[in-house]
Ligand binder design. Structure first.
Ligand code: AMP
Ligand code: GLY
Length: 420
């Protein structure tokens, strides 16, 4: 379920498994349509999704995006005896409420920045005096990756608070706001599969959140990614698996919440060690597009093991190769964009060595592929190292064209030079 680059990567891996006979995607996109039967049900239409899964006797439903998880799709499916990969509504609060997630960290000693939650602009502004600039202001609920502002000074922070609490630019999701200490370091995305007890960490990835080169411009859903992350040594990586992902699942379990599916921690690796910036209750996008191609395992079997509670019997391996993914977006993203532009060069790009083009905002129209959203594609490539994978991914991007096409030019430039 879903129709982004993450879901295309999921379908692509699922389709490679001998355990999968048939694949359906709701609603999918033009690329997914080459692997799966597209079902015209929106990812937010919970009754429609439940009815479809029941009617087709689907053996395993895999839910890509957060919104249906937070809204309780898995609960609805479980109540009808269907197998659905992803956390229940209660468990998905880890992503659905940043305030709730922060409180969980505090109760269980999971490393996170100093943070407080407010519903009132004046009280929140008063708290700024206890911190030093810049300030981080976050909407509590789901805001499509756009609810976080890093404010240079108190005036900017106040403006962000007013936008969320008074002008309600994020709707109900912004009626509570977190004000946080700003941490320095480098960011890394850590994901794991879990059956609620056992945690199987996936390879680390790095995501580029800002719209423009050099980490300038507004926050987006993600403009590119790479895996592995050479800057994070193996001791730190093991620590992330146990002290952050492992401890969080343990904390949920201790509070009577069974979390099954993918748990994702967005981390800042500081001089004092990794700190949780946010949790997500599903695969990252575009992280999935660079992590899944490196996974040597039978993905649907692992997903079933999460639901059956026997994930501890499984091991996974990772290819030594690096994977780099460049998000190709429409002009204007993350703001409003124009849709319906014809995309050329897709087949040529996909024929290059190591390249896999995952679709996001695309649709098929009269036998052609056209744009239908802000993030249009994730162009990925595997290579013997980051430099090689990066060169291949950008070569593939250069073969693709549509009106208003844009992408960052600096994805994986750091590790290709041997830096973070
Ligand atoms: P989030 O959605 O909470 O991950 O926030 C989006 C982005 O804002 C993160 O990827 C960081 O770049 C930045 N960010 C969020 N919280 C903090 C923080 N406490 N300190 C520094 N940067 C932050
Ligand atoms: N790339 C960040 C996310 O999936 O939330």
């Amino acid at each position: 379920m879903g129709g982004g680059g993450r879901e295309h990567a999921l379908c692509w891996r699922l389709a490679q498994s001998a355990s999968v006979d048939r694949l359906y995607a709701a609603p999918g996109n033009a690329g997914i349509g080459e692997l799966a039967t597209l079902v015209p049900v929106a990812a937010g239409d919970i009754p429609g999704l439940v009815e479809f899964v029941e009617r087709e006797s689907i053996d395993l439903a895999v839910i890509g995006p957060e919104a249906p998880l937070v809204a309780g799709l898995v609960d609805e499916m479980e109540a009808r005896g269907m197998l659905a990969f992803g956390p229940t509504r209660e468990a998905a609060r880890l992503e659905g409420s940043k305030a709730w997630a922060r409180d969980l960290c505090e109760r269980h000693g999971i490393p996170a920045p100093r943070s407080r939650t407010f519903e009132d602009v004046d009280a929140a502004t008063a708290f700024l005096d206890e911190l030093s600039p810049p300030y981080v202001v976050k909407a509590d609920g789901l805001a499509g990756g756009k609810g976080v502002v890093v404010a240079a000074d108190q005036d900017d922070a106040r403006a962000a608070l007013e936008a969320s609490l008074v002008r309600r630019v994020f709707g109900d999701a912004g009626l509570r706001v977190l004000v946080e200490e700003h941490l320095r370091g480098y960011e890394v995305s850590a994901m794991a599969l879990t059956d609620g007890k056992f945690v199987l960490p996936l390879a680390l990835a790095r995501d580029y959140k800002r719209a423009e080169d050099g980490d300038q411009g507004p926050n987006t859903g993600g403009m590119g990614a790479y895996s592995p992350v050479p800057a994070t040594g193996s001791a730190t990586e093991r620590g992330i698996g146990s002290s952050i992902l492992g401890r969080t699942v343990e904390a949920l379990d201790a509070e009577g919440i069974r979390y099954r599916g993918v748990i994702y921690a967005g981390l800042m690796v500081t001089e004092e060690g990794p700190r949780v910036l946010e949790f997500n209750c599903r695969f990252g996008d575009p992280e999935a597009q660079v992590v899944l191609p490196r996974l040597v395992a039978n993905l649907p079997e692992l997903m079933l093991a999460c639901l059956e509670g026997n994930l501890s019997h499984y091991k996974v391996r990772w290819t030594k190769e690096a994977c780099v993914g460049v998000v190709v977006a429409s002009r204007g993203y993350p703001g409003p964009v124009h849709a319906g532009e014809q995309i050329s060069g897709l087949a040529e790009a996909a024929s290059l060595p190591g390249v896999q083009v995952f679709h996001a905002g695309t649709a098929a129209r009269d036998g052609k592929v056209v744009t239908s959203g802000g993030r249009v594609l994730t162009v990925t490539a595997m290579g013997k190292n980051h430099q090689d994978a990066r060169a291949r991914a950008y070569e593939a991007c250069s073969r693709i064209a549509f009106d208003g096409m844009r992408y960052r030019g600096d994805i994986a430039a750091g590790p290709a030079r041997g830096e973070a």
